[in-house]
Design a protein around this ligand. Structure first.
Ligand SMILES: C[S@@+](CC[C@H](N)C(=O)[O-])C[C@H]1O[C@@H](n2cnc3c(N)ncnc32)[C@H](O)[C@@H]1O
Length: 272
């Protein structure tokens, strides 16, 4: 979707080659990678792998679920769910470059039978009604203004009784975020809602809250720990972000500390 400012924000040239070069430099066999090898870079959200594992535990996967990851990025969470729980996962993402890297990394981890990725818009999901047992999404909605439509689309593709698992950044009481942050260099592509407003929209879309957890303290501790390192690791999300990654990391930690952003996990059931 050329010219989409959200896709432009996330697009950088040669991302796949940059990631593979970092892995080679660490002595990894780039034709036989594991999700653990990739976790420092392909879990592109606050708290990274531990946060994904926490949300997955809240869902309680049995292994038979058909899962959709909305805003799947480089595919790390989807590959982790496929690898760890044996579930079949489809990912959809607006950013074509991310989808290409997700497909390439999935081949190199031998998970192509279990995880697939395609470009698409969360506001017009390219899937039939009632196709999935679980819709999963981490740190993607903050780029999406039309939450009513987003949650209606998630509801549409879920089977009756299916569940929605969310990790989201929300607006806090401390005022607007400092920019740049990982999801936006300027406010025009950042759309944060308070947890209460988000919950009201989800309920209006036909979801019943099963679990709702404020994870701001964990996110804040993870952001502080990352910023205390003297230099970035050879493989990390800074490789995705471009030249201003340090300002983004600093602002993320500061926004959480000043109550400008909050993080929450939620599991909801399709009630209607
Ligand atoms: C911070 S990344 C998170 C990626 C992934 N969920 C993860 O946790 O590793 C946000 C992702 O949301 C995607 N995104 C933003 N708006 C979208 C939309 N309208 N439809 C589909 N994907 C979208 C972006 O392209 C980006 O890959």
């Amino acid at each position: 979707m050329p010219g989409n400012p959200v896709e432009d924000h996330y697009t950088s040239s040669d991302l796949g080659a940059v990631i593979l070069a970092a892995l080679r430099g660490m002595g990894k066999d780039i034709d036989h990678l594991t999700p653990d090898d990739l976790a420092p870079v392909d879990e592109f959200h606050g708290g990274q792998r531990p946060a994904t594992a926490r949300l997955a535990e809240l869902v309680g996967f049995t292994g038979s679920e058909r899962v959709l990851d909305v805003g799947s990025g480089l595919g790390g969470p989807a590959r982790f769910l496929a690898w760890h729980y044996g579930v079949r996962v489809s990912g959809v993402d607006l950013t074509a470059g991310f989808v290409r890297v997700a497909q390439m990394l999935t081949r190199r981890t031998g998970l192509a039978e279990k995880a697939d990725f395609r470009q698409g818009n969360a506001l017009d999901l390219p899937f039939d009604d009632e196709s999935f047992d679980i819709v999963w999404s981490q740190n993607a909605a903050m780029n999406i203004a039309d939450r009513d439509r987003l949650y209606a689309e998630m509801h549409r593709v879920l089977k009756s009784g299916g569940r929605l698992a969310l990790q989201e950044v929300a607006a806090g009481p401390g005022g607007p975020p400092h920019f740049p942050v990982q999801w936006a260099r300027q406010p025009s592509i950042s759309f944060l809602f308070s947890p209460e407003a988000t919950r009201t929209k989800l309920e209006a879309a036909g979801f019943r809250v099963v679990v709702w957890q404020d994870t701001t303290p964990e996110a804040s501790a993870a952001a502080r720990a990352r910023n205390s390192a003297a230099s970035p690791p050879p493989l990390g999300t800074h490789l995705i972000l471009g030249a201003d990654w340090q300002a983004m990391f600093r602002n993320s930690a500061r926004n959480l500390e000043e109550g400008r952003t909050l993080l929450f996990n939620a599991v909801l059931e399709r009630s209607g």
